[in-house]
Design a protein around this ligand. Structure first.
Ligand SMILES: [Zn+2]
Length: 120
C-alpha cells in the first residue's frame, strides 16, 4: 500500500521519540517504555518541592499521551507491514479516508471511536 502513509507515520514516530527524549530517558530495562526524569528537590523547601511535584505530574501526563501516540504510530506501521492497515480494530470495517488523513495512526473507525468515547 501507499508509501506516503508509511513516510508520514515514520516521521511522526521520529518526532514523538524526539519529544519524549527531551524530557524523559529511555529505560533500558523496559522495552519501549519511557521514564520521566524525576526532578531533584534542592534544599528541602516544601513549597519548591510541591511545585516540582506538580511539574512532575504534568510531565507525566504529557509523557503518557506521547507514549500512547508513539505506541499507536508503531502499531500502525506494523499493520502496514501485515497489510491490515486502515481496518477498524473493533468492527473490522475500513476506516474512512478522511479520518486516516487527519490521524494516520487511528485504530478505530469514527463510529467505534464515538462509541468508545460515549462509554467513557
Ligand atoms: Zn469500527
Amino acid at each position: 500500500m501507499n508509501t506516503q502513509t508509511r513516510d508520514t507515520l515514520n516521521e511522526k514516530k521520529k518526532q514523538l521519540q524526539e519529544e519524549l527524549s527531551s524530557f524523559a530517558k529511555k529505560d533500558p530495562n523496559l522495552k519501549g517504555d519511557w521514564d520521566s526524569v524525576y526532578p531533584r528537590v534542592p534544599g528541602g523547601n516544601i513549597e519548591d518541592a510541591a511545585n516540582e511535584v506538580r511539574d512532575y505530574e504534568s510531565t507525566l501526563s504529557t509523557e503518557f499521551s506521547l507514549e500512547i501516540q508513539l505506541r499507536d504510530v508503531t502499531l500502525a506501521l506494523e499493520k502496514l507491514e501485515k497489510g491490515t492497515y486502515g481496518i477498524c480494530e473493533s468492527c473490522e470495517q475500513a476506516i474512512d479516508k478522511e479520518r486516516l488523513e487527519a490521524k494516520p495512526e487511528a485504530r478505530l473507525c469514527s463510529v467505534c471511536r464515538a462509541k468508545e468515547e460515549n462509554n467513557g
